[in-house]
Design a protein around this ligand. Structure first.
Ligand code: FES
Ligand SMILES: [Fe+2]
Length: 366
């Protein structure tokens, strides 16, 4: 008989050295959320952000394409843009080298004085970029497989569940700092073994706990459940779309999740790792063209006050415990039948994590 599978060692969640390795490896080689395409709707709109310790910016070209570049000048490395804005030319604040919206160098002051200066050979460094339902994702590994390979069929499913996705625009980002390693928060999100005891509204609410399950779909963890008591919902779920009576979520390993509530209401989770023991969770809420929407606002408040609040205390307590000398990783509770009281999704997550650590330990000691 095989011994039960044990959870990861505490140091993977506490050691700054492990976090540094993750930043350079795992986080730089997986698909990461960058921004929403409607944050940069017009030609020349840009926004900057940090992924895997790298400062990047997304900018919309005259061809309507969104490109993401490393935010670093190809002259002597000054940062190019700050925050968000609109420009037809990206001008470096240091010596005024200028780049067009495709990243090509347009001009550099006094460049004619330099014999053999080949303007056409200089271009900003572009990052692999994909759009999924209007969400821009990047992968710092230029050879990464497309998102469809990582997360098979997720695009088609989401398009079916959120048929009005082209009309959606961010309405509200709720920012939730958690004093824990990003993996603690992600693992907590990925199992519902803790739900009955910790989420009182969960057991008596909309979802039917005994039908809840989470199964891998490539490197996506797909949450599904049947719903109940839909007539008691606090908002009208008659969207006219298919699946309006259901709840589902698509967690895209490692740091993003799409959720669809009854009534086809899209919302998202995005984790940003700060350091080994801090993560910020962003809850994204969307409405038609970003217009005021009382139902969405109310859901955002309700979610922050219930599930999110209940989970913060759990993950922060776990983080303290992971740093304790008194902790030895325990066996995961894996029910071969799956279901709400099984931690098989944690097994999958930790398998994906371990594969990275193995790769990293092969050339350095994590
Ligand atoms: S570093 Fe950008 S122009 Fe010199
Ligand atoms: Fe929870």
């Amino acid at each position: 008989m095989d011994a039960p599978i044990k959870s990861l060692d505490g140091r993977y969640y506490t050691d700054p050295k492990v976090f540094r390795h993750e930043t350079q490896g795992l986080l730089a080689e997986t698909w990461q959320f960058a921004c929403h395409s409607r944050e940069i709707e017009n030609t020349g709109d840009y926004t900057s952000f940090t992924i895997a310790g790298e400062n990047l910016f997304a900018i919309r070209g005259g061809d309507n394409k969104i490109r993401v570049f490393y935010n670093v000048c190809q002259h002597r490395a000054h940062q190019l843009v700050k925050g968000a804005g609109n420009t037809r030319i990206v001008v470096c604040p240091y010596h005024a080298w200028s780049y067009d919206l495709t990243g090509a160098l347009r001009a550099a002051p006094n460049m004619k004085a330099v014999e053999g200066f080949d303007k056409s050979a200089i271009c900003l460094n572009e990052v692999l970029t994909e759009e999924l339902l209007g969400f821009v994702f990047v992968n710092l590994n230029p050879k990464a497989e497309p998102m469809e390979t990582w997360f098979p069929n997720v695009r088609a499913e989401l398009e079916e569940w959120v048929p009005n996705w082209r009309d959606l625009k961010p309405l509200e980002w709720v920012e939730i700092p958690e004093k824990c390693n990003w993996k603690v928060s992600v693992e907590n999100y990925s199992e519902c073994y803790h739900c009955a005891r910790n989420h009182p509204t969960f057991v008596s609410g909309v979802v039917k706990p005994d039908t809840y399950d989470i199964q891998p779909q490539g490197k996506c963890l797909r949450h599904t459940t049947e719903c109940q008591a839909l007539d008691q919902m606090s908002y009208d779920i008659q969207s006219g779309f298919a699946h309006n009576e259901a709840y589902s979520s698509w967690y895209l390993w490692p740091m993003f999740s799409f959720q669809v509530y009854p009534g086809n209401i899209l919302n998202t989770y995005h984790w940003r790792a700060i350091d080994a023991e801090n993560v910020v969770l962003w809850r994204g809420w969307y409405s038609i063209d970003g217009a005021e929407d009382a139902v969405v606002r109310q859901l955002a408040v309700q979610d922050r006050e219930t599930t999110v609040e209940e989970d913060i205390h759990l993950v922060e307590s776990v983080q303290k415990g992971l740093g304790s000398r008194g902790y030895t990783p325990g066996p995961l509770v894996i029910d071969p039948k799956g279901g709400v009281n099984s931690e098989h999704p944690i097994m999958h997550l930790q398998k994906w994590m371990r594969a990275y650590y193995k790769k990293e330990t092969s050339h350095d000691n994590v």
